[in-house]
Design a protein around this ligand. Sequence first.
Ligand code: GRF
Length: 175
Amino acid sequence: MLASGGGSNLEAILAAGIPVAVVVVDRPCRATELADEAGVESELVEWNDDRLDFTHRVVDALERRGVEVVAMAGFMRILDKPIFDAFPGRVLNTHPSLLPSFRGAHAVADALEAGVKVTGCTIHVAVPEVDAGPILSQEAVPVLDDDTVDTLHERIKAVEHRLYPDTIKKFMESA
Ligand code: GRF
């Protein structure tokens, strides 16, 4: 798993019994603590303003553990081609919108700003283009009149916590 933040998707994936070989983070964050608590290895690969070099170091951390499928969850770095070459069609991502609407790092705020009445989350195969790639699963989440970015994102995350582990399991079974 690749994470940068709260790690709630990592928590859900661990709780679902999916075998996690390593948690790679780009900064100190709660995901590392969750990995420690679960007895899962973690590795900090520090960002150095060189996307290609950073990607190579992430790939190295994954390959050293014999990783088969890479799952990104709130990983706040754009990765370069080598990870897609090393794990062809096997890098997954969860995104808090119904792609192809609202790509990018501010998907929840952008959906609120656009005034849509329904948004949601998308689990997809990641490709070099950000928040693109074949869609594996999606689920809608209604936008409420009094929603803020935080309240809406929390309801989207609650769906991700069920949909992402389920989708990863199905993906691994069919691989
Ligand atoms: C998720 O909503 C994910 O879709 C988005 O960032 C959030 C990560 O949450 N890209 P967490 O770190 O798993 O709690």
